[in-house]
Design a protein around this ligand. Structure first.
Ligand SMILES: C[S@@+](CC[C@H](N)C(=O)[O-])C[C@H]1O[C@@H](n2cnc3c(N)ncnc32)[C@H](O)[C@@H]1O
Length: 396
């Protein structure tokens, strides 16, 4: 997820329709808080703000992706991302005759379009491309986009309402883990406190309460992996939802490989002393800021991913970590050069555009370093090329 303008700029005012929509979302969340007795956890707040049926950021019909939305993702920036991923998927699918592709959280459908196109070119099309999307609005947009852009392949695509059983093949998920509601906690002398959201004068405000046992245990486990305990007033995120989701994906996967892409780091980096404000980020009209309590329903809420927690959840569920690489290494070792063999014969304008896309996807200051891909395998799968070089699994 990349903003086009970056951090530190003043937030633009929402237009009238968006402001009106946000007021409705705020009213809905206030009623949930009221019903809950005065406060809800941050994870519950995030669940409502992003996914309340027909109202949330992902479930109402607003434009989120691309220049006129709030952010762009790798498959939105360039089909090169999906093309390279397709090469890696093909390498797995060829080992699993009859294997299919499953994409949870398909957003605008951009990745599905490029994956299907490239798998077709590679003669590696699966019988079924399954999408599991929690947003009915996004599912509709995905269906329309696929019908328009890959009409000859659209009949292979099916939308699921839950994860399939005994799935064999490849699961791909780009920027889904960061969109799952997470908890925020702060370490205080009196014990671990949970960030909760209450209401004062119709505005959302932070409140604090003793963290539930589950979060206390998770926090203690994290501290045992660090060189020294975290300091008092250290505030951070913990995502039980990501671990549960990995467990669900694992339960669904009979054989094959999961490719998960997201911005994230290892546990040591995640819980480094200088990260005492955590990793939460809010996206609104290509600006990044850190106040999740404003603009409910019209801004995206995310946090970077703790990939050590992903690896641990995967191993606990019986999956093997097949590789952990930066997005840049994934693309560079996964066949990006083969995607660019005709580069020099292209018109200059196309060369410039492709260069721009490659830079955004691979440069360390753009998405190249901060985004990672973790591969999680079940069964005897030969590693696809993208994980064979520059693997950082040992750092998790
Ligand atoms: C940040 S967007 C990423 C979209 C797309 N993968 C991309 O790269 O452009 C997150 C997506 O995950 C979906 N989502 C959130 N929670 C989900 C879940 N539990 N299962 C499946 N999809 C989910 C959202 O509706 C949205 O489509």
């Amino acid at each position: 997820m990349q903003p086009e303008h970056g951090t530190g700029l003043e937030l633009p005012l929402p237009d009238t329709d968006s402001a009106r929509h946000s007021s409705r979302v705020a009213e809905y969340i206030r009623s949930c808080i009221d019903t809950a007795g005065g406060s809800i956890s941050f994870a519950e707040f995030m669940q409502h703000a992003l996914y309340a049926p027909g109202l949330g950021y992902y479930t109402a019909g607003t434009k989120k992706f691309g220049a006129s939305g709030d952010f762009v993702t790798a498959p939105e920036i360039s089909p090169l991302f999906g093309n390279v991923l397709a090469r890696q998927c093909a390498a797995v699918l060829e080992q699993l005759p009859g294997g299919n592709v499953l994409e949870p959280g398909a957003g605008s459908g951009a990745l599905a379009v490029s994956l299907l196109n490239k798998l077709d070119q590679l003669n590696a099309l699966p019988d079924q491309y399954m999408i599991l999307e929690v947003s009915a609005d996004l599912q509709q947009r995905q269906e329309q986009r696929l019908r328009e852009e890959v009409p000859h392949l659209a009949d292979r695509v099916t939308w699921l309402s839950e994860l399939p059983r005994d799935f064999a093949g490849v699961i791909v998920a780009n920027e889904v883990a960061d969109a799952l509601p997470f908890e925020r906690v702060v370490k205080r002398q009196k014990g671990l406190q949970q960030f909760r959201v209450g209401v004062e004068n119709d505005n959302f405000v932070w409140q604090f309460a003793d963290a539930p046992e589950l979060l206390q245990q998770a926090f203690s486990r994290i501290e045992t992996h660090l060189d020294e305990p975290l300091a008092d007033e250290y505030a951070t995120e913990i995502s039980p939802a990501v671990s549960n989701w990995i467990g669900d994906l694992s339960a669904s996967l009979k054989a094959g490989l999961i490719f998960l892409f997201d911005y994230g780091v290892t546990r040591r980096e995640y819980y480094a002393p200088d990260r005492h404000q955590g990793w939460l980020r809010c996206h609104f009209r290509h600006r990044v800021h850190n106040d999740p309590l404003i603009l409910p329903g019209i801004q995206d809420l995310t946090a970077w991913v703790d990939f050590s927690a992903v690896a641990e959840a995967a191993q606990a569920a019986g999956l093997e970590v097949a590789g952990y690489v930066t997005q840049a290494h994934f693309l560079l070792h996964g066949g990006l050069d083969e995607e660019l063999t005709e580069f020099t014969s292209l018109p200059q304008a196309e060369q410039l555009e492709l260069s721009r896309q490659v830079k955004l996807l691979t440069l360390p200051g753009e998405m190249g370093e901060s985004f990672k891909c973790i591969g999680l395998a079940r069964g005897d799968i030969d590693l696809p090329g993208a994980f064979r070089i520059s693997d950082r699994t040992h750092m998790l």
